[in-house]
Write a protein that binds this ligand. Sequence first.
Ligand SMILES: C[S@@+](CC[C@H](N)C(=O)[O-])C[C@H]1O[C@@H](n2cnc3c(N)ncnc32)[C@H](O)[C@@H]1O
Length: 212
Amino acid sequence: MQKSAKFWNSIAEKYAKSPITDLKAYTYTLDCTRSYLKPDDTVLELGCGTGSTALLLAPHVRRIVASDIAENMIEIGRKKAQDQGIANVEFVTAELFEAGAGPERYDAVLALNLLHLLEDVPAAITRIHGLLKPGGLFISKTICRFGPEVPLKLRLMKLVLPLMQMIGKAPFVQFMEIAELERIITMGGFEIIEAGNFPPSPPMRYIVARKV
Ligand SMILES: C[S@@+](CC[C@H](N)C(=O)[O-])C[C@H]1O[C@@H](n2cnc3c(N)ncnc32)[C@H](O)[C@@H]1O
């Protein structure tokens, strides 16, 4: 099992119970994402966690394939779908580079709070580009590099991160500059059509990009 799968499996139960940090920002980007989706769309979500967002978007599209590297996250997602009577979300355990294998191409691919966890973001963007139909949308949200303006707790967490990673208590994380992230997405064959920081601090960059 991959190191990151082991970490995310181990925290799945806790993750499922933790409240959304900034509900206003979450609701805003959820509404925004929904506004880009159409009733006939087929959507692939990468790194879906326990599927909360996929289940909220499900009534607005034809089908969602919700994928995640961590089996325990996926199991919780499946159970939530069953409890909520939602039948058009297919939960799949898969690493980003394996998700969506097969001939199907998607109207939209979502990567929410995921790109900062990947070691090779340009390769991921190339992969996502290949998964989309012509003109398809890539919608992402990514925590980006922050400075001393963030609360002390966050700065301390960043400081002890290498130690936590060494003992397997934190995953790989990289904090890209917003400009660098947007350059990678653009270089990967996308046109950015909407972007903003929700919330602004630490900057969670929300980007809607169209495959060109
Ligand atoms: C911070 S959580 C975000 C979950 C959800 N998208 C959300 O916004 O609440 C990151 C998720 O990405 C998954 N993940 C991490 N690395 C991954 C990879 N290489 N491929 C697929 N999923 C991955 C983790 O298992 C975890 O569920």
